[in-house]
Design a protein around this ligand. Structure first.
Ligand code: HAM
Length: 412
């Protein structure tokens, strides 16, 4: 139930232990991207609305229905619903260098959608964009990297579906062909699709409505209206993937909801996700924010959905919790001060170290130590200070021994 301590609907606070899984995923993503020569890019969450309209497309659901936009002054602004548009806005400003760049991002995105399991209003994407002329091998390499990342996370059971949007010159014949094929069924389509036939006919193809799906099954696929060159491009991508032992299924009904795509599009699904089964999406695109279109290829994986899938594979945050570390117990004022010094020394070595900062009973301090998850407890009082030793307790075994403080710090 909503209350004053809850975040907004469709948004979440992310905290321990789940945050440990996020950190693992981010670290491994950075390592995989580094291996492929990608550098990190951080763009602002807020952009001019026109950046998204011009790249994602005016008639897409994302732009028409899901933008968080407002007009604080002259320009209408929007929170980014995805990472590609802002990335290309940035790269377009870098001239030649931006035309051949490899960048990745890990960032929150915002879409005003109806929240449900796996569908949020603030969600997080890990994504990449590689600019450069259309090349089937570049598309295959991008998919291979994405697969490497899912493997690095330990995710099994995902499925890659691939298709093509064809070249820009295919758009007209595809739209005309599909429109002509759908006309006889026009009255049987859902209300949205009756509008989409003229507005954005490709959207009819991936309509989730069952009766629309049945009609789409009866007409030729979009690919059949494309040029031989476009079909050949898709074949080359699939071949290159197969040469790398990456299994994909060609699904001509896969359209993707963003208008900037040309040639290859793909989606990765996972059975653990239920209705919102798209774990990731990607494709080749051409985005014109200035006079010249910028070609590139990329993908984005939704963190929240990837976590649902990882959990279903038995992978959880607890498994990546930091080492329990050391807890210092101080018996008396002098020990409290000396332990402050010792804690600083241990923390400088990168060891997780905790202690009570006021005089408390031994029992109370031990209770806190065990609640902290510490592996080791170090107990010192006046006597230990005098002798330069510490009582060191192994929390798992319950055993304890006296050792010289110097030795303890050296071996910690
Ligand atoms: P997208 O398919 O719109 O593609 O989003 C990619 C992924 O983000 C989805 O597969 C899903 O995991 C996650 N996602 C999307 N919307 C939500 C939501 N409301 N709640 C939770 N997760 C969500 C793009 O965004 C493209 N920019 C991908 C791309 C990059 N294409 C080329 N380069």
């Amino acid at each position: 139930m909503a209350n004053e301590f809850q975040p907004l609907q469709g948004m979440s606070d992310i905290y321990a232990p789940e945050i440990y899984l996020w950190r693992m995923m981010e670290e491994r993503a950075r390592a995989v991207f580094n291996a492929y020569g990608y550098d990190e890019l951080r763009t602002p969450s807020l952009e001019k609305l026109s950046v998204f309209k011009r790249s994602i497309g005016d008639t897409t659901d994302v732009v028409k229905k899901e933008m968080y936009s407002f007009k604080p002054s002259k320009h209408e602004l929007a929170l980014r619903p995805e990472g590609t548009a802002g990335t290309i806005r940035h790269l377009a400003g870098r001239g030649e260098e931006g035309l051949n760049a490899r960048v990745f991002y890990i960032a929150p995105m915002f879409r005003y959608e109806r929240p449900q399991a796996g569908r949020k209003r603030q969600f997080h994407q890990v994504g990449v964009e590689a600019t450069g002329e259309a090349n089937p091998l570049a598309d295959a390499e991008c998919i291979a990297m994405q697969k490497n990342l899912l493997d690095a996370w330990g995710l099994t059971g995902s499925k890659i579906q691939i298709s093509t949007r064809g070249e820009p010159s295919d758009r007209k014949p595809v739209a005309e062909g599909l429109r002509a094929a759908l006309r006889p069924f026009e009255n049987e389509l859902c209300e949205d699709c009756q509008r989409r036939i003229d507005e954005n006919v490709l959207r009819v193809i991936d309509c989730k409505n069952e009766s629309c799906g049945k009609i789409v099954d009866q007409i030729p696929s979009a690919i059949e209206f494309m040029s031989p060159a476009s079909r050949d491009y898709l074949d080359q991508v699939v071949e290159a993937l197969s040469a790398m032992d990456i299994e994909v299924t060609v699904n001509p009904k896969l359209i993707r909801g963003l208008d900037y795509y040309v040639h290859t599009v793909w989606e990765i699904s996972h059975s653990a996700l239920g209705a919102q089964d798209a774990l990731a999406g990607g494709g080749r695109y051409e985005i014109a924010l200035g006079k010249k279109g910028i070609p590139g290829v990329g993908f984005a994986i939704g963190f929240e959905r990837a976590i649902m899938a990882l959990n279903a594979c038995g992978i959880t945050g607890e498994q990546f919790a930091p080492d329990g570390g050391i807890w210092l117990v101080s018996l008396g004022e002098a020990a409290l001060k000396e332990n402050m010094k010792l804690a600083r020394e241990l923390r400088a070595k990168g060891i997780r170290c905790g202690m009570e900062l006021e005089a408390k009973s031994m029992k109370a301090q031990m209770r806190k130590a065990s609640r902290s998850g510490a592996n080791t407890v170090v107990i010192r009082g006046d006597e230990e200070l005098e002798k330069g030793i510490a009582v060191v307790k192994d929390m798992a075994e319950g055993s304890q021994q006296e050792i010289s403080l110097e030795e303890f710090v050296r071996d910690a």
